[in-house]
Design a protein around this ligand. Structure first.
Ligand code: UDP
Length: 455
């Protein structure tokens, strides 16, 4: 891009206000900034990203209309629908003002890039005659699984929730997903979930789709996506690897002390446990099972317990009495970890994850095999792919201490775990090739930049 273009082109990025969506959008902003674009992050007041972490961007907050009453519920699907209902007009006005302001400064807004769940931004772009692009932050396989889940429900053939023996049957056409792997929403209201799916996948007017996945992981599914899509699809993942800087939302402060604890541990000896991600929560019984399973496995562990993620407590008050004395220096507990650095640390030999798509990508990209215990939504699809397609992880079926002890030891000590670690290293190398010059994600990124310059 010429110097003149570098000064004059701005992109407005509209993330969905949750950790697993904010991170890839902010990382995308960093990638595009390094290619010469100016970046504005247009964000809801709720879960605003921390601007101090992101000095190269400007920020445009807009009211999201979420009341204290809305936020008192943990129904994320309801929150996202409310944001879509509330934001269109105010967002459009803010962007109109920004366009005018930038025009006076000799800058143009090239396009709006919005999270797939923030469809109001696409509507506003249409009204303002601005091009728009969608960012998808889940796997390509999840797209097909979500759409299938809705049709199965609509056909009424199978009662929800999928329980009983047939839940282990394969879903026709979605190999290797079983009915129990379909991406059920955490929302109790299925109609809301259907609305959300419609927002994400109904015929859209955007000019292109950016996808945080890559051909070396999802070649055949991406081929299908590309055949069906009327607009270009750019799989440029893992976006965090394409970004020069290690960017995160700053919604929760990292506890970096765990990195010096890791420095003192032997190679591949630590299981990193972040089993809830940024949204899931558990009760006292489950935390007690996890704690006992980890202690009984006698493996070193770094355990993330997010504040308020154990119901009826603020942090670790409900851990079994004496747990920390029993494990001593073999265990480290933090509120939030610098996860990508943790996974890249040589002491880490395994990752017990809820299998959010970012965590899954990060683990595979750093060559760390996994224990998969999904809770809801696309985590189930990702877990199945990790264990049965890429074969770099073990499924934890029951949250029981004996099973946890067994699975942790299988991953950290047995030959089976070593083989998975080998396969994870091979995948890591493929991803490295893909993100280097001439690799698939890198080439798609170049195509994306050319595309944005021409729209
Ligand atoms: N994460 C982190 N520190 C932690 C736990 C998670 O930085 O202690 C980050 C992680 O690197 C990932 C994001 O939070 O980028 C979680 O996203 P994911 O899609 O895995 O799960 P979600 O939060 O959406 O359930």
């Amino acid at each position: 891009m010429s110097k003149q273009n570098q000064i004059s082109r701005r992109l407005v990025l509209v993330p969905c206000p949750y950790e697993g969506h904010l991170n890839p959008m902010l990382q995308l902003g960093t990638v595009l900034h390094s290619k010469g674009f100016s970046i504005t992050i247009a964000h809801t007041i709720y879960n605003s990203p921390n601007p101090h972490n992101l000095p190269d961007f400007s920020f445009l907050p807009f009211p999201d209309g979420l009341s204290d009453h809305d936020l008192a519920s943990s129904d994320v699907v309801a929150h996202i629908l409310t944001i879509n209902d509330n934001c269109k007009k105010t967002f459009e006005r803010r962007i109109e003002q920004l366009m005018e302001e930038k025009r006076l400064q000799g800058e143009i807004i090239s396009c709006i890039i919005s999270d797939e769940l923030m469809s109001f931004a696409e509507d506003a772009a249409n009204n303002l005659k601005l091009p728009s692009i969608i960012l998808r932050t889940t796997s390509a396989a999840t797209t097909f699984a979500r759409c299938r889940l809705v049709t199965i429900k609509e056909e009424g053939g199978i009662p929800f929730p999928f329980q009983g023996p047939f839940s282990h049957d394969l879903v026709p056409g979605l190999h290797p997903l079983r009915f129990k792997d379909l991406p059920f929403s955490p929302s109790p209201d299925f109609e809301r979930f259907v609305r959300l799916i419609a927002i994400a996948y109904n015929k859209r007017t955007s000019s292109a789709i950016i996808w945080n996945t890559m051909t070396c992981l999802e070649q055949s599914t991406l081929d299908q996506v590309q055949q069906q899509s009327e607009v270009p699809v750019f799989p440029i993942g893992p976006i965090y690897k394409m970004a020069a800087a290690n960017i995160c939302s700053g919604l929760i402060k990292d506890d970096r002390s765990c990195l010096s604890w890791l420095d003192k541990q032997p190679h591949n000896s630590v299981i990193y446990v972040s089993s809830l991600g940024s949204l899931a929560s558990i009760g006292e019984r489950e935390v007690s099972e996890i704690a006992s399973g980890l202690a009984n496995s006698e493996q070193r562990f770094l355990w993330v317990i997010r504040p308020d993620s154990i119901r009826s407590s603020h942090w670790i008050e409900l851990l079994p009495k004496g747990f920390q004395d029993v494990v001593g220096d073999k265990g480290c507990i933090v509120r939030w970890a610098p996860q990508r650095e943790v996974l890249a640390h040589p002491a880490v030999g395994g990752f017990w994850s809820h299998c959010g798509w970012n965590s899954t990508l990060e683990s595979i990209t750093e060559g760390v095999p996994m224990i998969c215990k999904p809770w809801f939504s696309d985590q189930r699809v990702n877990a199945r792919y990790v264990s049965h397609v890429w074969r770099v992880g073990l499924e934890l079926e029951e949250l029981e201490r004996e099973e946890i002890e067994r699975v942790v030891r299988r991953l950290m000590l047995d030959d089976e775990g070593k083989e998975m670690r080998e396969r994870a290293k091979e995948l890591k190398e493929k991803i490295e090739v893909s993100t280097r010059e001439g690799g698939s994600s890198c080439n798609y990124l170049d195509e994306l930049i050319n595309f944005i310059m021409l729209i």
